[in-house]
Write a protein that binds this ligand. Structure first.
Ligand code: SF4
Length: 421
C-alpha cells in the first residue's frame, strides 16, 4: 500500500546514510577521437594546480557537510592513472583526513592499460585503491588504432595481469561495440578473449557518435562507414549469451558482474542516493528541503577556472563553517558550482522510474513511491499498462516491476514514456 513520505518537523533526508564521492581527473595523454568527456591533452602544466584545487574542494565540502561518511570513492575522468606518482595517494589521504571513509568502502580508479606498469599498480594499491577499471575498449588491434587508443590488445591483457600481481581482486574492463568497421566475428573474439581473462566486472557500451568529435566527423565525411544499429544489437545479444554462459550476472543494462561484485559506486547512482563530485565538470546530487528533492549541480568545466575558484571557496568555506542544513541556495553560492537545479515532481517521478528500471532486477514501485512521496503507480497508470501490454515491462507480484528482456535494447524508448506531465 502506498504511504507518502511525511516529514513536517525536520528534513526528510539527511546525510546519515553517507555519500559517494566522485573525483574528476581532467587529464589524458592523448584525446581519443570518440570521446566528449571533459578531458584534455597537453595541459600537464596544470597537474599541480589541479591537485591543490581538488584537495581544497574535498576539504571544503567536508567542512560544510559536517564530515559525512563516504561509502564509495571513484577516481574517474580522464585518466587518473596518468597523474604523477603520489597524486592518487594525496587525493585519497585528503579524503581520509576529512571524511569518515567506511571500512569496506569501494575505492575505484579508472586506468589506461599503458599506465599500469608494475610500479603504478603497486603505488595506487598502496594508496588505497581497491578496484581498478581499465579502458580496454576492444581486443582487435585495428579497431584500437581507429579508436586512437594508445595500447594494443596484448598490452590490455598484460595490464590486467599486472593488477592481479599487485593484489587487485576486483577489476572492471570497459569495452565498446557497434563501432564503424567492426564485424560480429571481431566482437565475438573480443568477448571470448576478455572472458578468458576473468575480470570480476564488465561494462559494455554501444558507441555513440558524439557531437563535435572527430569520429563523428569522419563518419559524416564518409571516411568511415556509419555504424549499423542492427549489427550492434546482434553484438549485444551475443555478449548477453556469452557472458551468461561464463557465469556473469547481467545486473544493469550495460553492466555484468561475477556474483556479489556489482559496482557499489554506480549502484549509488542508480539507486538515486547522494553523491558529491569534485573536480572540473563533476556532477553532484544532494537532497534538499523537507521534501528531500534532489538538487543536481555541476562544477565549472575549465580546469584553469576551476583551480582559481576552488581557491576562493576554501577561504569562504572556512569562514562559513558547517551549514545548518543543505539547501539549494547554499549550493548555488559555492564558487566552483557552475549551475544547479532542484528536481520538480515530474522530473523526480521520471528519474525514479529510469534509474530503478536500469537495474535489471527492477524496482519496488511501492517503496519508490514511499521514498519520493509520489504515487508512481497512479501517476503512470496508463503508461505502465501500455508498456506491459507491449511486452516491455514485467510485473513480479503486486509491486515489483522490471524491464522485459525484449526491452533492453530499446530501454531509452521505454524511459521516454515516463516523460509525461
Ligand atoms: S582515455 Fe578515456 S577519457 Fe581520455 S580521451 Fe580517451 S576515452 Fe576520453
Amino acid at each position: 500500500m502506498f504511504q507518502p513520505a511525511q516529514s513536517h518537523d525536520h528534513p526528510a533526508f539527511t546525510l546519515d546514510e553517507g555519500i559517494s564521492l566522485y573525483v574528476h581527473v581532467p587529464f589524458c595523454l592523448s584525446k581519443c577521437p570518440y570521446c566528449d568527456f571533459n578531458t584534455y591533452q597537453g595541459i600537464e602544466s596544470q597537474f599541480e594546480d589541479f591537485l591543490t584545487a581538488v584537495i581544497r574542494e574535498i576539504t571544503a565540502w567536508s567542512v560544510v557537510l559536517g564530515r559525512p561518511t563516504v561509502n564509495t570513492i571513484f577516481l574517474g575522468g580522464g585518466t587518473p592513472s596518468y597523474l604523477p606518482d603520489g597524486d592518487v595517494a594525496r587525493i585519497l589521504d585528503a579524503i581520509a583526513r576529512n571524511y569518515r571513509v567506511s571500512d569496506d568502502a569501494e575505492i575505484t580508479a579508472e586506468c589506461n592499460p599503458n599506465d599500469l606498469i608494475p610500479e603504478k599498480c603497486a603505488e595506487i594499491r598502496a594508496a588505497g585503491i581497491n578496484r581498478v577499471s581499465i579502458g580496454v575498449q576492444s581486443m582487435d588491434n585495428g579497431l584500437l588504432a581507429m579508436l586512437g587508443r594508445r595500447h594494443d590488445a596484448d598490452e590490455a591483457a598484460e595490464a590486467l595481469e599486472r593488477c592481479r600481481r599487485a593484489g587487485f581482486d576486483n577489476v572492471n574492463l570497459d569495452l565498446m561495440y557497434g563501432l564503424p568497421q567492426q564485424s560480429l566475428d571481431q566482437w565475438q573474439d573480443t568477448v571470448a578473449r576478455v572472458v578468458s581473462l576473468a575480470p570480476e566486472h564488465l561494462s559494455l557500451y554501444s558507441l555513440t557518435l558524439e557531437e563535435g568529435t572527430p569520429l563523428r566527423r569522419w563518419v559524416q565525411q564518409g571516411r568511415l562507414p556509419e555504424p549499423d544499429p542492427d549489427l550492434a544489437a546482434d553484438m549485444y545479444e551475443h555478449a548477453r549469451a556469452a557472458l551468461a554462459a561464463a557465469g556473469y550476472h547481467h545486473y544493469e543494462i550495460s553492466n555484468w558482474t561475477l556474483p556479489g561484485l556489482g559496482s557499489e559506486h554506480n549502484l549509488a547512482y542508480w539507486r538515486d542516493l547522494q553523491w558529491v563530485g569534485v573536480g572540473p565538470g563533476a556532477h553532484s546530487s544532494l537532497r534538499v528541503g523537507d521534501a528531500g528533492s534532489a538538487c543536481r549541480f555541476w562544477t565549472v568545466r575549465s580546469p584553469r577556472e576551476y583551480a582559481r575558484l576552488a581557491r576562493d571557496w576554501e577561504m569562504n568555506a572556512a569562514q562559513a563553517g558547517l551549514w545548518p542544513a543543505v539547501s539549494a541556495d547554499r549550493i548555488a553560492a559555492v564558487p566552483t558550482v557552475d549551475g544547479s537545479e532542484v528536481s520538480d515532481e515530474a522530473t523526480t517521478a521520471a528519474e525514479t522510474m529510469f534509474l530503478g528500471l536500469r537495474l535489471l532486477d527492477g524496482m519496488d514501485i511501492a517503496a519508490a513511491s514511499a521514498r519520493t512521496g509520489i504515487d508512481l503507480s497512479d501517476r503512470y497508470r496508463q503508461e505502465l499498462a501500455e508498456l506491459k501490454e507491449d511486452g516491455l515491462l514485467v510485473w513480479e507480484g503486486d509491486t515489483r516491476l522490471r524491464l522485459a528482456e525484449e526491452a533492453y535494447l530499446v530501454a531509452n524508448q521505454v524511459f521516454t514514456r515516463f516523460l509525461v506531465e
